[in-house]
Write a protein that binds this ligand. Structure first.
Ligand code: PEP
Ligand code: MN
Length: 355
């Protein structure tokens, strides 16, 4: 299903990316307004704050709910910034729109649940809301696209996606694994859909935000969603990943915004060369498979096994080392040969099992 989209028309803080900044949670009227004014003073146009907070365990600060919505409305009135908050239930949608929230986002935990997303979509029907859909907590592109389709199916055309990384049991460098191939594939499948990166929730650590922002810009993301708090260490949620408006401004000022226009002649020529090489690669692979099939015939006639481990390891080691000499990561070459080998085995299996 194709999405029917309209431009988001959000003000860009920089030449091409729009930046939504603000605290994880709306904690107090003062914290919201102080942070907002500092951000506005740095030239931000889009303010975020969570009014309803999905917390892993009960007992944490779960947001003030409706009483915090007038604080957001005041931010809009006093600073002129557009305001954004998370919605997870139809009641949230209704209240957020009632108080004039400009951008609603669907959180990662909600996106993972099609019932909840459908309920949101039903509540959004007939409104002119701007909605951003965060990726589901689990690395499932189809579930993410499904959520976008449900909301778009309710007539919401000012729609975008937010990449906030994917949770994993094993904790590594990042709080949530970026798995960039997933948002990249989302962009390939839905080229008109704006995709925003949320480096705060990917990293979970303020020192990793700047390089993630640059990576997102290098990959052609359309915007950033960054958590910023007037006093990050005292934040009631996600303290370790929030930065002051001052630091946020520093990070943004250092970003290099790359040109995303596609059609320079040099690029066209280089791509033509790539296409020719890809063509040769496939030809060569087909030739290699043909020889593998001949080997399959030979193995069948002589009653031999298909996978001969020693030979397979030899290929992986030899080609891995060759790749590394030529400046290609050894593991990358091994991965490629694993795939090639898998297909060779499949083709030989067909031959051996043929009656
Ligand atoms: C948030 O943006 O504060 C939030 C709760 O994000 P996520 O849904 O990505 O965890
Ligand atoms: Mn947060």
């Amino acid at each position: 299903m194709e999405l029917q989209l309209q431009p988001l028309n959000l003000p860009s803080d920089q030449e091409r990316a729009f930046i939504i900044a603000g605290p994880c949670s709306a904690e107090t009227e003062e914290q919201v307004m102080t942070t907002a004014k500092q951000l506005a003073g740095k030239g931000c146009h889009l303010f975020r704050a969570g009014v309803w907070k999905p917390r892993t365990k009960p007992g944490g600060f779960e947001g003030h709910g409706e009483p915090a919505l007038p604080w957001m409305a005041n931010v809009k009135k006093e600073t002129g910034m557009l305001v954004a908050t998370e919605v997870a239930t139809p009641e949230h949608v209704e209240l957020a729109l009632k108080y004039g929230i400009d951008i609603l986002w669907v959180g990662a935990r909600t996106t993972a649940n099609p019932f909840a997303v459908q309920a949101l979509a039903d509540a959004l029907k007939g409104t002119d809301a701007t909605v951003l859909v965060k990726n589901p907590v689990n690395p499932d592109l189809e579930l993410w696209i499904g959520a976008l389709q449900r909301i778009n199916g309710a007539g919401i055309q000012k729609l975008g996606a937010v990449h906030r990384g994917f949770s994993s049991y094993e904790k590594k460098l990042y709080r949530n694994e970026p798995m960039w191939q997933i948002p990249i594939e989302l962009k390939r499948r839905l080229p008109e859909l704006p995709v925003v990166c949320d480096p705060s929730h990917i990293s979970g650590r303020r020192d990793l935000i700047a390089p993630l922002c640059q990576q997102a810009m290098d990959l052609g993301f359309d915007g950033l969603l960054i958590e910023s708090h007037c006093d990050p260490d005292k934040a009631w949620s996600d303290a370790s990943q929030q930065v002051t408006p001052e630091v946020l401004d520093f990070i943004v000022s250092r970003l290099i915004f790359r040109d995303t226009t596609e059609h320079t002649d040099t690029l066209k020529d280089l791509r033509k060369e790539i296409d020719e090489i890809d063509n040769d690669l496939i030809d060569l692979l087909a030739k290699r498979m043909k020889i593998c099939r001949n080997i399959g015939e030979y193995k069948k006639e002589n009653g031999m096994t298909i996978v001969q481990t020693r030979r397979y390891s030899e290929i992986l080691d030899k080609r891995g080392a060759q790749g590394s000499l030529l400046g290609i990561d050894t593991q990358c070459i091994k991965n490629i040969f694993e795939h090639i080998h898998e297909e060779s085995v499949r083709q030989q299996m067909e031959i051996i099992n043929r009656q």
